[in-house]
Design a protein around this ligand. Structure first.
Ligand code: AMP
Ligand code: MG
Length: 416
């Protein structure tokens, strides 16, 4: 038996990031960028006005007030996008709009509310400070500055930055294709009518959803019966994927052929008992260089094993730097007893109340009880050495659910 940590180290040690591909920036959302992006230009390209008003020489506005305005000659009108044609000399001003380039000689902008137009002149009612309401060339981004780094995840802000730099295409890490094989004579597919002794292969769908959730491309290969021929055919069909996942057939039953077939079809398979619950049986290795996971068949075991081992592997292939879900420290609302010597992942619901996380288990923890997974938004992770958790003690909870990040009202309003 090996520990969760050792299994994780051995698995991730054998996973390499995929290559990169070129995509349109709107297809890059959520992807991991495969290049460092340096600014090819200054943003903004020129000093420009932050306000609608008048570009002036700041010294000319000294001592200006409502009662004793300074009067300046208006030499031109500069809308956004126009090129200024005249220098601002002493006693001069130019009408200027937000975003328009500040003309040469202009050292401040006085907002229109602090002025009054008077024919070809303007009355200035306030003293301007040097540089007031001017946005300087390159104040957002300087030419040559690195703004996005390889390994960053592209969010809407990065899309905006790339667009500002005129980058319509960028290089991102490829998304891995993940083959999913369900195994078991008792399984039917979702639209087939199960006989009394059959069940729908829900794992095919939960695993596929987990793949989609973390950014992989699923390749559903359906169900293999527990026969050598069907298993060999499915594993061969899976060889075009970047990762192969099977579910079921890895424990010690008479029809658990997956381990043997994996060894026959490929090579370098390792069959492990991982000291964890759920998810003790796990086969891992590679077939012709493709990583293969033989996940256990029980619906919760397969999901928990995917969470701990497959998800970080997919993220690593996609070039991500951060491979693991966040954990929080929460107060257990109940007593929990477990076996020492195994890591337990206990389905639970965590809430944030009055500045602390509180966690409650979601009921029956059998590895076939998918309902307690449905109710859960996290997994309490109890390490090997723990035997008992008393109500009120602190535990570590792995957050499974992005919806946990959302609230029904802004918390900054609730808390103030
Ligand atoms: P196995 O590891 O093949 O012995 O399967 C363990 C348990 O998980 C059995 O009760 C199976 O019926 C169930 N199981 C196996 N594969 C699936 C699947 N694809 N969907 C739902 N349940 C499954
Ligand atoms: Mg089976």
């Amino acid at each position: 038996m090996i520990s969760v940590e050792e299994a994780l180290d051995r698995i991730l040690g054998s996973i390499e990031p995929l290559g990169i591909e070129k995509v349109n920036i709107l297809d890059s959302l959520g992807r991991v960028i495969g290049e460092d992006v340096c600014a090819s230009r200054n943003i903004p390209p020129r000093n420009n006005s932050a306000m609608d008003g008048y570009a002036v020489r700041w010294e000319d506005t000294r001592n200006a007030s409502r009662e004793r305005p300074v009067v300046l000659d208006v030499v031109e009108d500069i809308p956004a996008g126009a090129i200024p044609g005249k220098r601002i000399g002493t006693g001069k001003a130019a009408r200027i709009m937000t975003g328009a380039p500040v003309p040469e000689g202009g050292t401040a902008v006085v907002r229109v509310e602090d002025t009054k137009k008077d024919g070809r002149k303007v009355k200035i009612f306030v003293e301007a400070e040097e540089g007031q309401d001017i946005r300087w060339a390159g104040e957002d981004v300087r030419e040559g500055e690195q703004v996005i780094s390889r390994g960053d995840v592209i969010r809407p802000a990065e899309v905006g930055m790339l667009a500002a730099l005129g980058r319509s295409y960028i290089y991102v890490y490829q998304r891995p294709m993940i083959a999913v094989i369900a195994t078991g004579d008792e399984l039917v597919d979702i639209d087939d009518t199960p006989s009394q002794w059959q069940i729908v292969s829900s794992n095919s769908y939960s695993i596929t959803a987990q793949i989609i959730e973390c950014g992989g491309i699923p390749l559903q290969l359906g169900i293999a019966k527990d026969t050598r021929d069907e298993l060999i055919a499915k594993f061969n069909a899976a060889l075009r994927a970047n990762i192969i996942i099977s579910s079921g057939g890895v424990s010690v039953g008479d029809y658990d052929l997956v381990k043997d077939i994996m060894q026959e079809v490929g090579n370098q398979m390792q069959f492990w008992q991982v000291a964890m619950r759920p998810g003790k049986p796990l086969a891992f290795g590679s077939m012709r260089g493709i990583p293969v996971f033989g996940l256990p068949g029980n619906p919760v075991s397969s999901m928990v094993s995917f969470e701990q081992f497959v998800r970080p592997s997919i993220l690593k292939m996609m070039g991500c730097r951060r491979l693991f879900r966040r954990t929080v420290t929460a107060t257990s609302m109940e007593n929990i007893t477990k076996k020492k010597g195994t890591t337990h992942f206990i389905r639970a619901r965590v809430e944030y109340e009055n500045g602390e996380f509180l966690v409650t288990t979601t009921g029956e923890q059998g590895s076939g009880i998918l309902k307690s997974m449905v109710r859960a938004n996290g997994l309490i992770v109890l390490p090997e050495k723990t035997g008992h958790v008393a109500k009120g003690e602190e535990v570590t909870v792995q957050l499974l659910d992005q919806s946990f990040e959302f609230t029904s009202r802004p918390e900054y309003l609730i808390n103030t």
